[in-house]
Design a protein around this ligand. Structure first.
Ligand code: A3P
Length: 284
């Protein structure tokens, strides 16, 4: 197990991108054929950007509208599991909430054609990298990185699962004004969780009593979610709910790495709309 864990054998490659072996070519193919509904909600986030956080908010916001609770298959990331799971998802109550780390180009085209609502989460790349590094090293389904320096280089060059942060950001930047897309940042949720919940509710066209939204926000604080993480996420609980702060990058980045990331950001995103949304100058 220890030697296996160190090796990249743990990963699969699909269309040139690394994924954990919870993914398979068969599931990707089945996903492409998935029947999308107009009232589906898709949460799209690069790994470690706050996926589980926004998933909880979306699930709580939509819970009262669903006739039946979402199935286990629906709680699984879109690209994980067996292809047969899409059969079960077919019967789930609307509005169905799905979540994925996939790059824009790998999301089924029908999601855009049906004009389903898409909530996209971004987190500043420095904190994302640090969170991802710890995740790689604590998660048995991902290879172990021998050092932060090794991981940093892999992150910058996009040789990590779900590929390059910057490719994801560039793709969403091209679609930032498309219909039915809401871009929300980890940092704005940290800044004001209630406002974030309200913004998501408005985007979904939901009118909920203020107390309801307050309680959704209270149940989505880091403290609340991490204290229940063993129940909600089993052994992955403490791995996912690690620290939940902004600017933890300062604990690991060297000055040279910080400058390298700044240069990469400048090259890819400076002057773009998404670049402005990320408030890189403030958080990085
Ligand atoms: P850290 O590793 O920096 O602590 P994902 O869900 O995309 O895997 O992201 C996990 C990151 O989001 C972790 O970051 C985790 O602590 C943080 N996170 C999860 N829930 C959170 C919450 N309710 N508030 C703040 N951060 C949260």
């Amino acid at each position: 197990e220890a030697t296996r864990k160190k090796s990249e054998e743990l990963l699969i490659t699909y269309q040139g991108v690394f994924y954990p072996s919870l993914c398979s070519a068969e599931t990707f193919q089945a996903l492409d054929m998935m029947e999308v509904r107009k009232d589906d909600v898709f949460l799209v986030a690069y790994p470690k950007s706050g996926t589980n956080w926004v998933k909880k908010i979306l699930n709580d916001l939509t819970a009262s509208l669903q006739k039946e609770a979402p199935t286990l298959e629906q709680h699984m990331m879109l690209e994980f599991g067996k292809p047969e799971k899409f059969q079960k998802i077919k019967d789930s109550s609307s509005p169905r909430v799905f979540y994925t780390h996939l790059h824009y180009d790998n999301i089924p085209k029908s999601v855009f054609e049906k004009k389903a609502k898409i909530v996209v989460v971004f987190r500043n790349p420095k904190d994302t990298a640090v969170s991802y590094y710890h995740f790689y090293n604590n998660n048995p389904v991902l290879p172990t990185m021998s050092s932060w320096d090794e991981f940093f280089q892999k992150f910058i060059s996009g040789e990590v699962c779900w590929s390059s942060y910057f490719d994801h950001a560039l793709a969403w930047n091209r679609h930032i004004d498309d219909e039915n897309i809401l871009i929300i940042t980890y940092e704005e949720l940290k800044e004001n969780l209630y406002e974030g919940v309200k913004k998501i509710a408005e985007f979904l066209g939901l009118t909920l009593p203020e107390e309801k939204m307050q309680s959704i926000a209270e149940n989505a604080t880091f403290q609340s979610m991490s204290s229940k993480s063993a129940e909600t996420h089993g052994k992955f609980g403490p791995i996912i709910f690690r620290k939940g702060v902004v600017q933890d990058w300062k604990t690991l980045f060297t000055e040279a790495q910080s400058q390298e990331m700044d240069a990469k950001f400048e090259e890819c995103l400076a002057g773009t709309k998404l670049g402005a949304v990320l408030k890189y100058d403030i958080y990085c």
